[in-house]
Write a protein that binds this ligand. Sequence first.
Ligand code: ATP
Ligand code: MG
Length: 333
Amino acid sequence: MNRIFSGIQPTGNLHLGNYLGAIRNWVGLQHDYDCIFCIVDLHAITLPQDPAGLRASTREVAAAYIAAGVDPDHCTIFNQSTVAGHSQLAWVLGCLTPLGWLNRMTQFKEKAGKQKDMAGLGLYSYPVLMAADILLYKATHVPVGEDQKQHLELARDIAGAFNRAYGVEYFPLPEPQILGTATRVMSLRDGTKKMSKSDPSDYSRINMTDDAETVALKIRRAKTDPLPLPDSVEGLADRPEAENLLDIYAALASIDRDAAIAEFAGAQFSGFKEKLADLAVSVLGPIGAEMKRLVAAPDHVDAILARGAERANAVAAPHLAEIYEMVGMLRPQ
Ligand code: ATP
Ligand code: MG
């Protein structure tokens, strides 16, 4: 059976983009693949994190997976730092990755800010760790949002570099699965910027745990232009905010973009936004409530993570032993 690996950073503020771009797709794929879903806490510390907050966010992300319908009896759910193989393989792969490949990564440029020389080495080598996450399990498919496409292409290049270096087809080249109508949900404050956990403005995103009033308020305040909604896809050109809200509506309603455009052709934003808020609340409300319930009594989540760590290690350890053998690491008996 083909294997899926995907993950989310426990950096707080899980949002609608994480749900539509990642988690919801995982739920739809979980019975057709052997699935490993990780909470990538080692990735989270590429930017400063408060230790207690990081632990709480790790549980919250696990709770989001479970509340959204990822079945822990069927899928492996664990946090990255419980499987040492991620860091160990990242070192091996880093030794095969030319700096030129990393220099092209746009996420580093966005996250490093203006003072690139002050950015941490971890933030720079983030895509190597991501390649290790996927390749450690020899995953064949990686369902992610559009923003991770470049990192995934790099993971394929790194897998190819390893295979060439050791003259074996050891790693499969992982395929991205960028699915649905909301593969890149944009900020509610700026239709040219992606919705992110790390955006300082809470009004830029709909959090998975926002209550109904907050969702309605954020959508009401979402940036739009003065025109009514378009009656054709051509009418969306140069209207990033209108495009984003229509795509969110289509994704939440499980219809395509054309159907969403047809439903609101020529309408004012105020009425559309009310319908969008109701729809967002009806989809996210039950998930957010279940997340809060799971986090309030974390024993259940912790037990799932502990079991997941065991299962993940059982797949990872033999792979790492094979890799070390190929690379030439002595294992004295
Ligand atoms: P951060 O700002 O900390 O990087 P993030 O919101 O980008 O947080 P990640 O943990 O980096 O979230 O990404 C987790 C998953 O969610 C990835 O598959 C990513 O592609 C997807 N994702 C993140 N933001 C969006 C978005 N705005 N639209 C669609 N998918 C998204
Ligand atoms: Mg991100």
